[in-house]
Design a binder for this molecule. Sequence first.
Ligand SMILES: Cc1cc2nc3c(=O)[nH]c(=O)nc-3n(C[C@H](O)[C@H](O)[C@H](O)COP(=O)(O)O)c2cc1C
Length: 315
Amino acid sequence: MSKRWPDNRVCALLGIEHPIIQGGMIHNSGADLAAAVSNAGGLGLLGSGGMRPDELRLEVRRARSLTDKPFGVNLPLLYSHAPENLQVALEEGVRILFTSAGSPRKVIGPLKEAGCVSVHVVAHPDLARKCEAAGCDAVVCEGFEAGGHNGREELTTMVLTPQCVGAVRIPVLTAGGIATGAQMAAALALGAEGVQIGSRFAATVEGAGHPDFKRAVVEAGPADTQLVLKPHVPVRLLRNAFRDRIMRMEAAGATAEELAAELGTGRARRGMHDGDLTEGELEIGQVAGLIDDILPVADLMPRLLAEYDEAVSRL
Ligand SMILES: Cc1cc2nc3c(=O)[nH]c(=O)nc-3n(C[C@H](O)[C@H](O)[C@H](O)COP(=O)(O)O)c2cc1C
């Protein structure tokens, strides 16, 4: 365990050196990214949301060939293939599961039977309490700055973190708006015992997104993301023709069904995997405005740690 964080419960729980989790990201976090983060002392997560069960099986095996450190799987529970993906993860020996977008009660039984560490992503302190009662080992509280699907309540990381820390005794990790070591220091100052970082890791050499998507993240300005599709499934998206059309529909009072029809299927793949910057869904956090380069993880992690040290000594 690093001297920076003695007795850190997240490091102890997950068997990692630094309490930095690379969040599961649909179409962005495959074996290359997860293994690179784990090799650098954090915890990499395979984002199973966009993977069919056979693809997930291959990615788990590939990640294992790239690292001998712990890594995990993110399982968004809203997808119809989530039960099969859970089965595959367990069969392949994965013992760290970060679930999201649903109730952890649905899966906690099989996870505990298999001896897994179970962490759930929440956007409200009440859900953090329910996770603790259900038997989760930790929660990630994710503020509304975050990239990807998001809580309807719009609680920001700064406000949500201390509320979740006050609500439960299990460790709380913070996500949403963290791309620098100074922001990590802020999260730990609020009582979090670790951070989950998404957008910053999407813009890395190992990130599985299309190169044009990564470039768009680097070019994004401070106010280029917006939470949209709130009546359907709230998601934070980068500005483009598709998102502008959705926002016009919302302003005109479109129903959840109309928005779902306009979204259609496969938009996220089209945007982030295929690189259609005009009509695809480009999920990224507010913090994109702070991301100026696409780095290898082996350079990014030491930078985050140096920035963390600098911020702490400045205080
Ligand atoms: C491109 C992208 C895709 C994401 N996909 C998922 C996902 O499949 N499952 C999930 O639980 N969270 C997903 N997230 C959320 C991240 O795991 C993480 O919690 C979030 O990015 C943290 O906020 P940040 O982007 O400000 O770092 C995604 C985020 C991004 C940026």
